[in-house]
Design a protein around this ligand. Structure first.
Ligand code: SAM
Length: 381
């Protein structure tokens, strides 16, 4: 096997991990992002007029879709093929399902969709449209990974006197496979002080709404991109480069339990190998671990022995070390040396919020829309 083929195969294994942990990568190739980054072209923006259900894009060509379709029964965009003015909510949900079928085709296997969708009142009742979309999508073998609440700090005044004003929308995160690309570590560094920041996004409204009444803030797009659009993808094998992390033994000293764990580890003379063994086991009960994965070293008998020893020394505090800070040691490298940028698609591109944000974030951007709103003079940059 040639070295580049071997590396690609190894990177393929890394591709099956949501985040590549150095301990699990074995001898897979790792390098810095810059090693490829220097060869990248400027990020590109492409707009194609068309229908979100028939984009005309090649199969397996997109890493992330971030989009906000027209909501049901809200607005007339003045086009005969438009989505949003179907006679019933069921017909609208079917239109969104037709979009998802098309997006399944254009997405790469590690791809994701972040679908911003709102609900509609009809005969005084909310219809539960986001839930209906999730239900149908799950039946169609999509994985619904999150229903993110976009919480608005303010909003349009509403005349209703017997219900609360609506101050949130949903962003549904869907994937094709459990092994989708996801950079929680990078995202959490920016949006969560290192911890998992949770599924409520409180985003300040933006002033520039262009022609569209539906405000779609750039921060919403930026969050989705940080989470699920790879910075670099190999243009030969389409494998994204994933962050490789290593856990440190560093705990958060502001937490009393963490301080006690560090004291105990010192008192009992635990070694860095003990700490790594605890981290290899995670929070599973070391005494009950039955599966051994020799080869990666994750659950070898020696690792199990060290983890059990550390657990006795630390008692319940051993879990603290499984929350230790992570640090990036590099990025997976398939070895082809043919770098490309991650590709973000918005099939309801509108005024181009997604596309501009993708470019700012160093990803290639593709927009599809029945109308090219970006050419309209009223649309601000
Ligand atoms: C809510 S807007 C998108 C707003 C966008 N997030 C922004 O910030 O400008 C919805 C867009 O969907 C487009 N549209 C409606 N039906 C469509 C279809 N079948 N295929 C593609 N675009 C469509 C409309 O032209 C409109 O630009």
């Amino acid at each position: 096997m040639s070295s580049s083929v071997r590396n690609a195969a190894e990177a393929g294994r890394a591709d099956s991990e949501p985040v590549a942990d150095r301990a699990k990568l074995g001898s897979a190739s790792i390098s810095q992002l810059d090693d490829w980054g220097k060869q990248l072209l400027e990020p590109s923006l492409t707009f194609t007029p068309g229908d979100a259900r028939r984009t005309g894009l090649p199969d397996d060509s997109v890493d992330l879709i971030v989009t906000s379709p027209p909501y049901w029964n809200k607005r007339d965009y003045g086009h005969s093929n438009q989505i949003g003015l179907e006679p019933t909510a069921d017909a609208y949900v079917n239109s969104i399902m037709a979009c998802l079928e098309e997006w399944r085709r254009v997405l790469r296997p590690h791809g994701s969709v972040f679908l911003n969708v709102g609900d509609t009142y009809f005969n005084k009742s909310l219809l539960g449209i986001p839930g209906q979309i999730e239900w149908q999508a799950a039946k169609g073998k999509w994985l619904i990974r999150n229903r993110i609440i976009w919480a608005k700090e303010s909003g349009m005044p509403e005349p209703a006197k017997n219900r609360l004003a609506n101050r949130h929308e949903y962003i549904i995160h869907l994937t094709l496979k459990p092994t989708y690309y996801y950079d929680l570590v990078g995202y959490a560094d920016e949006f969560g002080n290192g911890a998992n920041p949770g599924d409520v996004w409180t985003i300040k409204p933006e002033r520039n709404m262009g022609l569209h009444l539906a405000p779609y803030p750039r921060e919403l797009v930026r969050r989705a991109i940080k989470l699920a659009a790879p910075t670099q993808v190999c243009s030969t094998c389409s494998i994204p480069r994933r962050r490789v992390i290593e856990r440190t033994a560093e705990l958060d000293p502001s937490r009393p339990q963490a301080r006690r764990a560090m004291e105990l580890a010192k008192e009992k003379g635990l070694t860095p190998e003990h700490i790594r063994a605890i981290q290899a086991f995670g929070v599973s009960d070391v005494g009950k671990a039955t599966k051994f994965q020799n080869g990666t070293g994750r659950n070898s008998a020696e690792v199990q022995r060290l983890a059990a020893e550390a657990k006795i020394a630390l008692g319940g505090y051993f879990r603290e070390f499984t929350f230790a800070k992570k640090h990036t040691v590099g990025w997976t490298d398939c070895g082809h040396g043919t770098p490309g940028r991650g590709v973000v698609l918005d099939p309801f591109a509108g005024t181009g919020t997604t596309l501009r944000t993708a470019i700012e974030e160093g990803r290639d951007a593709i927009g599809v829309d029945l109308v090219n709103w970006m050419d309209q003079p009223e649309v601000g940059a």
